[in-house]
Design a protein around this ligand. Structure first.
Ligand code: GLU
Length: 422
């Protein structure tokens, strides 16, 4: 039973990221100096982005790029456009990227960017001007060997194309490796657009083996229907699972016999919303987390599963496609109840893994087939899943803590052998 007081838990993502880090640091008995180094973002850039709007006026947006850690390689991480972006959120997202890349063994540190804006209310021309000016403002700190952005919430391959072009104009040569998640025609990788979801599918198959749940016939709820949510709904349905509930930011759907995902994708493409899909009952998007299902896939924003609703979660497996969807308080409740949670820094790492393949392909100007990409991704996800599972067993803890122990240990070791400059 969760008390009223406990419901006032910390929802600041950066404070949450620090708690998650410290929990692993305690298990690893890390000294205070290393804790300070690893929990402080290396660099934080705040920029003003003046944009000529279509009506002729100029609006100024605020944007961020945070570089959390470069011990294991250049910073890597997406750019988010959302009205609720804050510097603390970007700091948290950047640090989660550090741990994500370390969990997968990818030679990157963590970074993240964000712009406070409502992209749905901007025209395509306004979005292009905003993106190009933001890219120009962060140009001094990004680059293929420094910090490599990618898509995140409400940014996509067109956004990456504009950034690549802007940076290339500034530098005087085409800089393919400055961003990943680009269109295929511009040095993008096969498989990148669905990689976050596909990576999650591979992790989920492993989780199903642990919990002895057959994905075929399993009842799945998907919270969020952006790139990650829509693709995972399609992929689990192709594996024979029944998607009984799904939502986007405005509308939730429930259908006991399974939502027709192809119809949902077409409906969303046509109407920009899941609302009104024939054959499904409307529910509130927040209720997706607590519907009766075997597998819950949070694929939207942070703090979807908190102490306020965790008591009603029915799923036996949760795989986090979103970054930071579960609070530490909710984590403890889920662990006590034996819910098997595949944490964000493992479950959604397929995106950055194929971003890494894209960056390597760009450097060599030699491109792989989709089959090669997906096979490498499957192997990377299985290896990471097994390392995390084995670490969690060894320390007798949950999967999130297992992943953090593995990741923090790798970054701490890289920091130790590099030493502190000067
Ligand atoms: N934004 C994605 C994430 O949170 C992808 C990052 C990347 O590919 O660099 O993992």
């Amino acid at each position: 039973m969760v008390t009223r007081e406990a419901l006032h838990e910390e929802l600041n993502p950066f404070q949450i990221a620090k708690q998650q880090f410290n929990r692993a640091a305690d298990y690893l008995e890390l000294d205070d100096s290393t804790r300070h180094v690893l929990s402080s973002p290396k660099r934080q850039l705040i920029v003003s982005i003046p944009v000529k709007m279509d009506g002729g006026d100029v609006q100024v947006f605020e944007g961020y790029r945070v570089q959390h850690n470069i011990a294991r390689g250049p910073c890597k991480g997406g750019i988010r456009y959302h009205p609720n972006v804050t510097l603390d959120e970007v700091k948290a997202l950047a640090s989660w990227m550090t741990w994500k890349c370390a969990t997968l063994g990818i030679p990157y540190g963590g970074g993240k960017g964000g712009v406070i804006c409502d992209p749905k209310s901007l025209s395509i021309n306004e979005l292009e001007r905003l993106t190009r000016r933001y890219a120009f403002e962060i140009a001094p700190i990004i680059g293929p060997d420094r910090d490599i952005p990618a898509p995140d919430v409400y940014t996509d391959e067109q956004t990456m194309a504009w950034i690549m072009d802007t940076i290339s104009m500034v530098r005087g040569h085409t800089e393919l490796g400055v961003v990943t998640g680009k269109p295929i025609s511009l040095g993008g990788s096969q498989g990148r657009s669905e990689a976050t979801a596909r990576g999650c599918l591979y992790a989920l198959r492993e989780a199903c083996k642990v919990k002895r749940i057959d994905l075929k016939g399993a009842r799945v709820a998907v919270h969020g229907f952006g790139n990650a949510g829509a693709n995972i709904a399609r992929l689990v349905a192709a594996d024979g699972a029944k998607v009984v509930a799904a939502c986007d930011s405005k509308a939730g759907l429930l259908c006991e016999s399974g939502i027709d995902i192809q119809a949902a994708l077409q409906h969303k493409a046509k109407t920009k919303s899941l609302a009104g899909l024939p054959g499904a009952r409307a529910i509130s998007p927040e209720d997706i987390v607590t519907v009766d299902c075997d597998i819950l896939l949070p694929a939207a924003l942070e703090n979807a599963i908190t102490l306020a609703n965790v008591g009603q979660v029915k799923a036996k497996i949760i795989a986090e496609l979103a970054n930071g969807p579960t609070t530490p308080g909710a984590d403890r409740v889920l662990a006590d109840e034996g819910v098997f949670l595949v944490p964000d820094i493992l479950a959604n790492a397929g995106g950055v893994t194929v971003s890494y393949y894209e960056w390597v392909q760009d450097q060599y100007s030699f491109f792989w087939s989709e089959k090669q990409i997906n096979e490498s991704l499957e192997q990377a996800m299985q290896t990471a899943f097994n390392s995390v599972y084995e670490t969690a067993q060894r320390y007798d803890t949950d999967m999130r803590t297992g992943a953090y122990i593995l990741a923090v240990d790798r970054v701490a070791e890289a920091t130790r052998v590099r030493g502190i400059f000067p």
